[in-house]
Design a protein around this ligand. Sequence first.
Ligand code: HAM
Length: 410
Amino acid sequence: MAGEKLKAPRGTFDVLPGDGERRRRLGAAADELLGAAGYGAFDTPIFEHTELFARGVGETTDIVQKEMFTFEDMGGRSLTLRPEGTAPTVRAYLEHGMHKWPQPVKLRYNGPFFRHEAPQAGRYRQFTQIGAEAIGSDDPSLDAELIVLLHELIQGQGAQGVRLRVGSLGTPQTRREYSDELRAYLKRNESELSEEVRARMEANPLRAFDSDHRGTQAVMENAPRLLDRIADDDAEHFQAVREMLDAAGVPYEVDPTLVRGLDYYTRTVWEFTSDALGAQSGVAGGGRYDLLAEQLGGPHVPGVGWAAGVERILLAAGAGDEARSRVDVFIASERGITAAEFKFLNDLRGSGKRALMEQAGRSLKGQLKQADRVGAAKVVIVTPDEVRVRDMETGQTQTVDTLEDAAELL
Ligand code: HAM
């Protein structure tokens, strides 16, 4: 049944070899780094009950209002492809009674997430996050530890032009009082504000700080700042986080207007950006969510964590030096690979050698070219009369009688 050639859905992409290797190397680096700091490997399902995100991420957020891939199952229950990993992590913590484990419970994940956003460079409808969450303690060392680990992960990949901004949102109570103050300020300056900010100012006045509208930006320069309003214990908590970041030598800027697109945050929030990226400059972000467990029907359980965009880290790191995977031996054969050579190759692989063979019917000349292309250190050339072993670096060739003899030279 011929027809139109099908393509991957808009905002999705295929991972091709080369890129695939880089992604797995990044995953391995995260496993190593986070594993060593006590963050255990953890996964949640790709889809959850829609209600989890409505309650966890927040009804007024862009994510819940317009970006979720939501569908009904056969039984009429509303399910959603996960747009983020923190609400599912806390759901799992509560579901599995992890409060009975030694606290804090530290978890790491790496997998696909889904948001129905307008696709552009660095912004996809299916993307990949590496995340880390520490649940069950409000100790500021956890906030600092997580930021330090994230900094190491991003720097370790050679990401360019990276900036870290940190802030503190205090408590919802402080935020409500502050929102009233900010709303009153915005109302006093309403005529200067963008249409969009005016429309959202009742529901979420804080978003006005994010506006790229000139008039709004001018108004926001003199707006009251949440960071100046947070309670003493929240300010002390933030101060402790900052002292630890200073001690660790992680450079950052305090951003008193830092807002994040998810509603569960309390106290510390942060964001890593890279100016190697375009408009979608956010490489990673995170923060504390001390009230999320209660919002999901559990007891009071503080938590803190982050997620990093795999695609954005790799974009910010540029193409990098594409270290070709090492190939020890390539087996070329004038008459095509026979069972004897096939066995020889498998024995080589069994002894730990990275071995490839001719598998596309090339001429002997073409096979040597292929061996060079894949970066083979040595080539075993099989002809009806003899076996030659060529060192691709020196160009030296030795002639032997059998494959067994050739093995001695590899
Ligand atoms: P987020 O800031 O919404 O936070 O997303 C984290 C990262 O995911 C972003 O910095 C970005 O690199 C990547 N990302 C988000 N949307 C897209 C997209 N459409 N295309 C490509 N990359 C994207 C969270 O998701 C929180 N759960 C982080 C967190 C964990 N907070 C506490 N714990």
